[in-house]
Design a protein around this ligand. Structure first.
Ligand SMILES: [Zn+2]
Length: 80
């Protein structure tokens, strides 16, 4: 019994809509997982819609998360 599901926690990274975050990959991951604070999420959304670099990071993060989730579901689906 080691489940540590404490719910999604908002992460504040001080993202600004007119510049790339320092850690684009991490921000993209958190954004895809819905763990950014509401303000940060909106700022990053505004930003990556006009920034191909960050838009690509979001796309990669999304594909990664989907793959992880599918793998997880596959494992849960089968009884060990
Ligand atoms: Zn950017």
């Amino acid at each position: 019994m080691a489940s540590s599901a404490s719910g999604p926690r908002a992460v504040e990274l001080h993202i600004q809509p007119d510049m790339c975050p320092d850690n684009v990959c991490e921000v993209a991951d958190l954004y895809t997982l819905g763990r950014l604070a509401a303000d940060e999420e909106r700022n990053f959304e505004d930003h990556y819609l006009t920034c191909p670099n960050c838009a690509r990071a979001v796309q990669l993060a999304h594909e990664f998360v989907v793959a992880i989730r599918l793998a997880g579901e596959g494992r849960l689906g089968r009884s060990r």
